[in-house]
Ligand binder design. Sequence first.
Ligand code: NDP
Ligand code: GDR
Length: 343
Amino acid sequence: MKKAFITGITGQDGSYLAELLLGKGYEVHGLIRRSSTFNTDRIDHLYKDFHDPQARLYLHYGDLSVSGQMTDLLYEINPDEIYHLGAQSHVRVSFDMPEYTGDVTGLGTLRLLEAIRRTGIKARFYQASSSEMFGAAPPPQCEDTPFQPQSPYAAAKVYAYYIARNYRQAYNLFACNGILFNHESPRRGETFVTRKITRGATQIKLGLRDKLYLGNLEAKRDWGFAGDYVEAMWMMLQQDKADDFVIATGETHSVREFAEKVFALLDLDYQKHVEIDPRYFRPTEVDILLGDASKARRSLNWEPKVGFDELIGMMTSADLELAQREKTLLDAGYACNLNPHLG
Ligand code: NDP
Ligand code: GDR
């Protein structure tokens, strides 16, 4: 049985990847942070008590800001594949917490690579690189496009990208960078713009709120479905040779267009409900991302299955159901407020 170790297993991608690997028969180990409230919602459906002989998912406490323990964990688990997804992943927040973001998102990658080198384990390594690294570079962006990072997050990811390549060259480590463009799902964090829109619009539809406050509506992104993108991560680690790949749909849409479509699906006019709040603007913005994933199509035989409209439909219907549950609880007096929107 193959063993995988996933950092960031409680996040959007970690949950889809854990599902995929368990489905392929892997034993899966994940790094989780201690928090005062449960942070495992996205993987609870996959978890079996470890006393159960069927259990194949194991969780370990740890933090990417601490190195020694990572070495102990890798030594103990001895995984065949490591998927490094853990990060402070919010671009806007990285301007508020630049040092923390550099530490976790940038140096966290180095800590893990060093743990692999020091233990001498033979694991293959996946680095969650990002289209944000392209930043101000004009579209379309591919593996050869020079990076022009526009945020502390993007700068930290550029460091992580190069340090993964350095360990590949210096120590012959099987390390791949997946340069993934934005990918979304009903499990997307609620402060990223797509989910913020589907959550806000569905709550508006049910009368739970009236306004949705957003930042720059003109930014354009290449949005795909997270479930498709975790397959590409796995495919990269099954190749004969470690390499770097752009993963994208090859289509770009504005935030305005995303909002317009979601509200229209709910028979609402976004212009009546969406307001601009400059606190969601970024000091430096990435105006347009549009990925060219021809290398991945050619070498990995990967392509996205879920298109833009299907993604919007999937997220909107999941959030409509969630808003209905919230309304039921609020109406019955079992809940007193909605979550704040802070991103
Ligand atoms: P999420 O923000 O949903 O998940 C991030 C994960 O990292 C969570 O499990 C989080 O734990 C964990 N984490 C954060 N800080 C630490 C820390 N100090 N120590 C250990 N774990 C930590 O991100 P996504 O799933 O969307 O993305 C996965 C990765 O891919 C990230 O590295 C992201 O930067 C990158 N990426 C994402 C893209 C996207 O469009 N989704 C595109 C390109 C790259 P907790 O649950 O406790 O907060
Ligand atoms: P991004 O995703 O920064 O591309 O990073 P996000 O959804 O946060 O922003 C996309 C675009 O929407 C604009 N925007 C807003 N964004 C947020 N969060 N909230 C708003 O109210 C709002 N209004 C407009 C933003 O300015 C931006 O242009 C995501 C993360 O998952 C990263 O970890 C990942 O590396 C990249 O995608 C690829």
